[in-house]
Write a protein that binds this ligand. Sequence first.
Ligand code: F6R
Length: 240
Amino acid sequence: MEIVIKDTYEEIAALAGERIAESVRARPDITLGLATGSSPLGIYDYLARAHLKGLSFKHVRTANLDEYVGLSPAHPQSYRYFMEREFFAKTGVSPKNIGFPRGDAEDLEKECERYDLYLQKWARDIQILGLGANGHIGFNEPGTPFDSVTHITELKESTRLANSRFFKTAEEVPSKAITMGIKNILDSKSIILVASDTYKAGAVKDMLEGEISVNCPACALRGHKNVTVYLDKKAAKLLR
Ligand code: F6R
């Protein structure tokens, strides 16, 4: 595991962004695993600027980590909508190359199976991850087995509260999500995790120095051979 620590979020986002841009230049039909939330925004910004300078995403394939149960892709708080606004529309990813779990599927179990087959077909070359303050990756909350595949999960109250900043009220945050499992995440050839700010410092310390157990989903990354963790100084402040 490689750990990169810089003073600011902007620096780590640019480093991670350049690494992904280089990979797209080298392999225009690369498959990217994508995350939502605040952590990847600087990376998406960097890639949008690279696109304006000529980098094509036309042949890039994508697979997002998760989606809220009950929200359609057109819902402004859905992760599909977020990705359209923050990444797909700005980089010209082709709609036919976008993979996403449907939170509004009638039969959610079938949807998990469908998405899992998509993930098996399109092995990720790079998976981008943020880190929950409780150690979650994707929506794999503490207690999720490391061999889990795409499944429906009950969100912890702390996760709903953290994500309520994107909604009008905390009650509006859905209580369930459909998420790639930890095994799906570990199947990616390489993984880039970005964490910034003081409130992530405890989770960062647990992920890198804590006991490996299902109580710490991000600890599963220590069993993967190609992980780079990008931290700003504040998120790294508790590390030995
Ligand atoms: C998002 C996701 C989550 C977030 C995590 C951190 O698709 O799966 O695991 O990466 O909750 O969120 P931010 O980056 O908003 O702090």
